[in-house]
Design a protein around this ligand. Structure first.
Ligand code: DC
Length: 227
């Protein structure tokens, strides 16, 4: 099989992208790139700095003052903001909402573009996000779009939060997801969508193992065909 492929996995929140991407990266011995974490890191910093995120000047200033860096720790991606490991503090619902809001602005997307491309430059990467196959890695070897209905996605997010000891009402999660889907897919630049040539998988009724198996099958056949 051809080595060092670029594999992209796009889709809405809660579709299973992270779990599937991490497992794929582990099985293939690839780097896992969680691009949502980068937007979350800037959002976290915007919240801490109490800036007005709708003010372009303040947002541009924040982007230029904030150095987001990545480190791969045994397949787990760590995100640093100005040298500080921000850990799970970027995983709150407030950060989710703010990340979605700031990611509509070109200044934010431009600030993170090169970092993402550099992370994938050598290939051997599973990159997940909203615009991986369409904008960041249009040359990717294998593109996937992972979807699921909103009820199932909200249920999964609730389970994930409960697992971390965070109690949030199901209704609140679902409402937040609908708003985020709308904002992410209706924005002008790099909207959430299936990239040209992406294989669309609806994971609503599938287990993680079934999704990984299906994705792996497609990767193997694409990689063999490309040798
Ligand atoms: O994948 P996530 O839920 O952690 O992403 C948080 C937000 O970041 C998402 O609602 C929109 C933004 N995002 C983006 O615009 N482009 C990406 N490639 C990844 C995330």
């Amino acid at each position: 099989m051809k080595k060092n492929l670029i594999i992209t996995i796009d889709g809405p929140a809660g579709a299973g992208k992270s779990t599937v991407s991490k497992q794929l990266a582990r099985e293939l011995g690839y780097t896992y790139l969680d691009t949502g974490a980068l937007y979350r890191a800037l959002a976290y910093q915007a919240i801490r700095a109490k800036i007005n995120i709708n003010d372009q000047t303040q947002l541009a200033d924040l982007c230029s003052r904030t150095k987001v860096t990545l480190a791969n720790n045994n397949g787990k991606m760590k995100v640093y903001v100005n040298g500080e490991d921000v850990g799970d503090r970027i995983r709150t619902e407030e950060v989710s909402r703010t990340a979605s809001a700031i990611s509509t602005f070109p200044v934010v997307r431009e600030a993170l573009l090169q970092l993402q491309r550099d992370a994938g430059a050598a290939g051997g990467i599973v990159a997940e996000g909203r615009d991986m196959g369409s904008v960041v890695f249009p040359q990717a070897d294998c593109k996937f779009y992972l979807d699921a209905n909103v009820e199932e996605r909200a249920r999964r997010r609730k389970d994930e939060l409960s697992g971390r000891g965070v109690a949030v009402e199901y209704q609140e999660i679902q409402k937040g997801m609908v708003e985020r889907d709308k904002q992410d897919s209706e924005r002008e630049i790099a909207p959430l969508k299936a990239a040209d040539g992406a294989i669309i998988i609806d994971s609503t009724a599938l287990t993680i193992e079934e999704v990984v198996e299906s994705v792996m099958r497609q990767i193997k056949s694409a990689a063999t065909a490309n040798i």
